[in-house]
Design a protein around this ligand. Structure first.
Ligand SMILES: *Cc1c(COP(=O)(O)O)cnc(C)c1O
Length: 308
């Protein structure tokens, strides 16, 4: 039994009307730890466990760390998550709720990650948040489930942070014979490391992340995400923080599900509609995210409205 669940695939009337085409939602916000990350992280943890891992180590204060904490608790394997001081109280609380040991270290992810790397001993497994083929193979199960439903989309819309979800979805499309289904890869301005890579054909290191969509905040995407540009049709789209936040509020109203701005980014492209005008049947990966509250989303929206 895998750790992730087979999530609902539902038609959305409000998004279909907004985008002038049929929009189906893959509701990975409903995974037990709140995001799609459990697909790949669960798969990686199972393989490491089978190979004798006694402890899982993560340096993500976001949904990847939460997925590792969830997987460890379910498998009876201790988990250590090292997070920087900038991690929200809410994220630390969620990690503690899963029984993970949380170590707060350093002012940036780089510093937290350095400490995490130093903790790794012989029987430990480090679980990367996006750059690992085991993760992509696990994420690909999302497309297997859509294929099993018999509904072939003519495009897939998803968010891109470090590119793990993108790699998993492309792997899933290709292993189901859906090589002809393009992917619309969405980022917020200020976290657009994949967009920067598409312009030059190789990964680019951003100086800084300025978007509030912290789950998209990888300064550099994984090489495989860029390699796929050669073998798959992938269109890069950008939205503003404001548009991502508006999409979160609108999606909460339309479907009664609260998602992070990282997921709101993909939804914003659907609500805007323009980028989808050549398609008739679009699949949207509702990737979810457990770390945002409605209060936080409204605070961000106020701030971005004051400093557009
Ligand atoms: C991790 C995450 C993303 C981005 O996924 P990558 O694999 O890093 O590209 C998007 N949305 C949410 C909610 C996430 O947790």
């Amino acid at each position: 039994m895998p750790l992730h669940i087979n999530t609902p695939l539902i038609e959305s009337r409000p998004l279909s009307i907004a985008a002038h085409c049929t929009v189906n939602l893959k509701l990975d916000a409903l995974q037990p730890c709140g995001s799609f990350k459990l697909r790949g992280v669960g798969h990686a943890c199972e393989i490491h466990r089978a190979n004798g891992a006694q402890r899982f180590i993560s340096s993500s204060g976001g949904n990847a760390g939460l997925a590792v904490a969830y997987a460890g608790r379910k498998m009876g394997v201790p988990v250590v998550v090292v997070v920087p001081e900038t991690t929200t109280e809410r994220a630390k609380e969620l990690l503690a709720l899963e029984g993970a040991e949380v170590i707060v270290h350093g002012s940036s992810w780089q510093e937290a990650n350095q400490l995490a790397q130093g903790l790794i001993k012989g029987s430990d497994a480090f679980i990367h948040p996006f750059d690992d083929p085991l993760l992509w193979t696990g994420h690909a199960s999302l497309i297997d489930e859509v294929a099993a439903s018999g509904q072939k989309p003519d495009a897939v819309v998803l968010s891109v942070g470090g590119g793990g979800l993108l790699c998993g979805v492309v792997e899933g499309l290709q292993r189901n014979g859906w090589h002809d289904v393009p992917v619309i890869a969405v980022e917020t301005q200020g976290a657009a490391s994949f967009h920067a890579a598409t312009l030059v054909g190789k990964p680019v290191q951003l100086d800084q992340i300025t978007s509030i969509a912290t789950s998209l905040g990888a300064k550099r995407v994984c090489d495989q995400a860029v390699n796929y540009l050669a073998s798959h049709s992938i269109h890069s789209e950008l939205v503003s923080d404001q548009q991502a936040l508006d999409a979160c509020e609108r999606f909460l109203f339309d479907h009664r599900i609260l998602v992070e701005p990282a997921c709101g980014a993909a939804l914003a492209v659907v609500y805007k509609g323009a980028a989808l005008k050549s398609f008739s049947n679009v699949l949207v990966v509702v990737c979810g995210g457990a770390t945002a509250s409605l209060e936080q989303i409204r605070l961000w929206a106020q701030k971005t409205a004051n400093n557009p």
